[in-house]
Design a protein around this ligand. Structure first.
Ligand code: TPP
Ligand code: MG
Length: 547
């Protein structure tokens, strides 16, 4: 069989459904093999966007998202997406082409050492030097990408290898089950939870996997434990539940941290060091049970007393079976914090000022989105507002990146989500800065006939940095820009463009766009003047920590 056919057959064998990317002439054999395959090619307008889409596919399905690029400039465009997947624990395989390796008459034209470049960004990177190695390398790359902690892998397929004849066969994918924690450790964890006075449950990024959600819901239903989550743990458990305390959107000092400071035990499920720590440990402070696929990476602020290592869903399920709502638990203070959090989340949500304030926008978008609707956020100051104020009801309905925290991923990740869930409502939420970093993908979305809403918060600035600049006491400098006319810009792609002209118009417009077919871009002029007041001053003034 021809090597490129063998490569595509190996991917089919692994269950690959889509390949996102941009081929170059070095991928032409691969492309021809793909043409004959049932794997669909999603052609994008930038490799970075293809990588973000593949990563989102990995994030939402647990299967490996695959993306394709040419050598040199194509694959250097994968760097940010590779880092996004690697830090965010999203399984992806990046495939890139290369000039012939056995004989080349082109000198160093477009050639960089791609495998070397990929090393710090991936779990595995290899150049394929013989067609017969393809089945084993594809199998290994996929296994490594999927295995906890999931991440990025890369294979380079040089032009001359792609066209050679080989005689090996694709592998059958084996079935693997993760190991479970031992009985003694589960018993120890249950004893610690039973003996605690003010236990809290924390749901982190690693808990955002299939089956974990159910186990955690069972634990909370049975014990009424108060819980909070990190930004990437949003939605694992329904945030409407009465014992949900909120999302740790700020590193410290938020209302929620008052509860954390009082807790004597934190059951930390799926802790991932790539998110800023949602709390700090100290020698005499809170005790921690670390529940994860692997033991804790210990540092000065994180040194759990017990690690429950094994499949998270299994560990939580077994803990839930063994423990109850105990009489010695004192939840009164957590309830007071909960009341305070709810009060502040509501403040401003009905404020009809124009330009629109973030609290109001978050509230209207929550009202407009169905329970299983997905919002995909880019990176800007609004991410904090959404993390704090937008309640996620189902797993993976708030796609935000609190790992690499890159700008430019909002639109591509929304598109990736839409490809996986064509029947669900999907909205990209971007700043004017982040949107413009991958706005060319509007063409891809229109070409793929997606029903998609793209909301752009327009402040004509890199607002997040402006806020931090003011917070440091620096003068306003170097962060303002102009924007295209977003309505006309959308139209030029064959999408529909809308501009919010008053607060009252917002709910109807959101609803209309979500119900309509096609790609709808909504420009929302936003007023960020409340950032400092709500995210800093009011929290400092609150008495809840000392009550
Ligand atoms: C690729 C990338 N470049 C720069 C940054 C640093 N950064 C974080 S937020 C931000 C401003 C975002 O501006 P915008 O998208 O308009 O959102 P806003 O905060 O104005 O709502 C910048 C420059 C980043 N996170 N990612
Ligand atoms: Mg902006």
């Amino acid at each position: 069989m021809k090597a490129s056919d063998l490569f595509v057959r190996s991917l089919e064998q692994e269950g690959v459904e889509y390949i996102f990317g941009i081929p170059g002439e070095e991928n032409l054999d691969f492309l021809e093999s793909l043409r004959k395959s049932k794997i669909k090619l999603i052609l994008t307008r930038h490799e970075q966007a293809a990588g973000f889409m593949a990563a989102t596919y990995g994030r939402l399905t647990g299967k490996v998202g695959v993306c394709l690029s040419t050598l040199g400039p194509g694959v250097t465009n994968f760097v940010t997406a590779g880092a996004y997947a690697q830090l965010g624990a999203m399984p992806i395989l990046m495939i890139s082409g290369q000039k012939p390796i056995k004989q080349s008459k082109q000198g160093q034209f477009q050639i960089i050492d791609v495998v070397e470049m990929m090393k710090p960004l991936t779990k595995f990177t290899k150049q394929i030097v013989h067609g017969n190695n393809i089945p084993v390398l594809v199998h290994e790359a996929m296994r490594i990408a999927r295995e906890e902690r999931p991440g990025a892998v890369h294979l380079e397929l040089p032009e001359d290898i792609a066209e050679e004849e080989c005689d090996s066969q694709p592998y059958e994918r084996e079935s693997v089950r993760r190991p479970n924690a031992d009985k003694q450790t589960i018993n120890k964890a249950c004893n610690m939870i039973q003996q605690a006075k003010m236990p809290l449950l924390l749901i982190g990024a690693g808990a955002n996997r299939n089956r974990t959600s159910e186990a955690l819901k069972k634990l909370i239903d049975k014990t009424r434990l108060y819980f909070f989550n990190t930004q990437m743990g949003k939605g694992v458990v329904d945030e409407k539940l009465p014992t949900f305390l909120g999302t740790a959107a700020l590193s410290s000092g938020d209302y929620l941290h008052c509860a954390i400071d009082r807790a004597d035990l934190i059951i930390n499920v799926g802790h991932d060091v790539i998110e800023k720590p949602p709390f700090f440990m100290s020698p005499e402070g809170v005790k921690v049970i670390h529940v994860n696929y692997f033991s804790a990476e210990v540092d000065e602020v994180y040194f759990p007393q017990l690690s429950v290592v094994g499949d998270i869903a299994n560990s939580i399920d077994r803990i839930a079976n063994k423990i109850d709502a105990y009489k010695n638990w004192d939840h009164a203070y957590f309830q007071r914090v909960k009341d305070e959090v709810e009060l502040h989340v509501k403040t401003g949500s009905g404020d009809n000022r124009f330009p629109i304030i973030p609290q109001h926008l978050v509230n209207e978008i929550r009202k407009a989105m169905p329970g299983d609707g997905i919002i995909a956020l880019d990176n800007g100051v609004y991410k904090i507002w959404f993390a704090r104020n937008y309640k996620a009801y189902q797993p993976n309905t708030v796609l935000l990146d609190n790992a690499l925290a890159t700008m430019g991923a909002g639109l591509p990740s929304a598109m990736g989500a839409k490809i996986i869930h064509p029947d669900r409502k999907v909205m990209a939420i971007c700043g004017d800065g982040g949107f413009m970093m991958n706005s060319q993908e509007l063409e891809t979305a229109v070409r793929l006939k997606m029903n998609l809403v793209v909301t752009i918060l327009r402040d004509d600035a890199y607002g997040m940095i402006k806020w931090k600049q003011a917070g440091r006491g620096f003068q306003d400098f170097g962060l303002d820009y102009g924007n295209p006319d977003f309505v006309e810009y959308a139209k030029s792609y064959g999408a529909s463009g809308h501009r919010v002209k008053s607060s009252d118009q917002l709910p109807t417009l959101l609803k209309e766009c979500l119900d309509a077919s096609g790609v709808h871009l909504i420009e929302v002029p936003v007023d960020y003047s409340e950032n400092e007041k709500v995210l800093t001053d009011e929290i400092l003034e609150s008495k809840i920590c000392i009550l």
